[in-house]
Design a protein around this ligand. Structure first.
Ligand code: ADP
Ligand code: MG
Length: 274
């Protein structure tokens, strides 16, 4: 019988500082400086600067075409900006994502970041647990350990009992939770989600958003989520609004302060520049 507890699978946990403890000054987990990106005549990013603190949940809002996805992709090292820089800070130090080559960016994405899209992009012929275990198996983990970790995340996301269902046998909300589990299973410290509730009805979307928040900031990690939905954004600790490739507005929500970052927060990420 496999034991799916946290310590066995190295899932980071958050230790809450004692009451009255002085806040610790930590660097941002992500910092974007004066990002520009054009596609021919289309200016997708026209000078965006902002930083994301560890433990924050940041909603990126704005009209269609305002540059939200481009910003997410630049932060995550999926694309390289034409000008400006993105840096990522982890326990291994700081790296300039925008200066890394394709191979290094791919490694960073694989080891430190997780991605959730509007459509889960899951493999329909595989079961839930196989889909979640896949990134670990591709990283060389033995099947038993990969599936053990996958089980842990599926349980955390409220999918106990559905592990051996194929994706086509799940509801849209359940499939999206599988996609969230898959994004986190490798120990990502930052999860990027692009319209993760965009294909769901509002009740299901609300449940998926809860699962996304609990499993990211609830574990001491960081969430950057692009959304059209004010309800989704209202559940995040901060909302930034884009317009014509620029940051129009940046507001934190009172009472939804980011979690105190801890050292354990970065332990899921073994990324280093060597
Ligand atoms: P949003 O996610 O806010 O809808 P995007 O970041 O996808 O906006 O797009 C911003 C602008 O850049 C739009 O004008 C879009 O058409 C353009 N754009 C984005 N990606 C590409 C691409 N791969 N090729 C050409 N144009 C693109
Ligand atoms: Mg988009």
């Amino acid at each position: 019988m496999t034991n799916y507890n946290d310590s066995a699978y190295g899932v980071p946990s958050v230790s809450v500082p004692p009451a009255g403890a002085a806040p610790v000054a930590v660097p941002p987990v992500l910092a974007a400086e004066n990002l520009h990106k054009s596609y021919g005549p289309a200016r997708a990013l026209a000078g965006v600067s902002f930083a994301v603190a560890p433990g924050e949940s940041v909603a990126i809002m704005g009209a269609s075409g305002s540059g939200k996805t481009t910003l997410l992709h630049a932060l995550a090292g999926i694309i390289v900006p034409d000008a400006g820089s993105v840096s990522f800070h982890s326990i291994a130090g700081a790296v300039r994502v925008s200066e890394l080559g394709e191979k290094e960016r791919s490694r960073l994405r694989r080891e430190s970041f997780g991605f959730v899209f509007q459509q889960g992009l899951l493999l329909p012929e595989l079961t839930a647990v196989e889909n979640v275990a896949l990134p670990l198996m591709m990283a060389g983990y033995p099947r038993r350990e990969a599936e053990g970790r996958a089980m842990h995340w599926l349980h955390l996301l409220g999918l106990a009992g559905l592990e051996t269902r194929r994706i086509g046998e799940l509801s849209g909300g359940q499939a999206q939770r599988v996609a969230i589990a898959r994004a986190q299973v490798t120990g990502a410290t930052v999860i990027f989600a692009d319209e993760p509730t965009g294909a769901l009805d509002s009740t299901t979307g609300d449940g998926v958003m809860s699962a996304l928040l609990d499993s990211t900031v609830g574990q001491g990690n960081t969430l950057v989520v692009v959304t059209h939905d004010e309800t989704v954004a209202s559940r995040c600790s901060r909302t930034i609004r884009m317009r014509d490739g620029m940051l129009q507005h940046d507001a934190s929500r009172q009472g939804k302060v980011p979690q105190q970052p801890t050292e354990t927060q970065f332990l899921g990420s073994g990324w280093s520049q060597q």
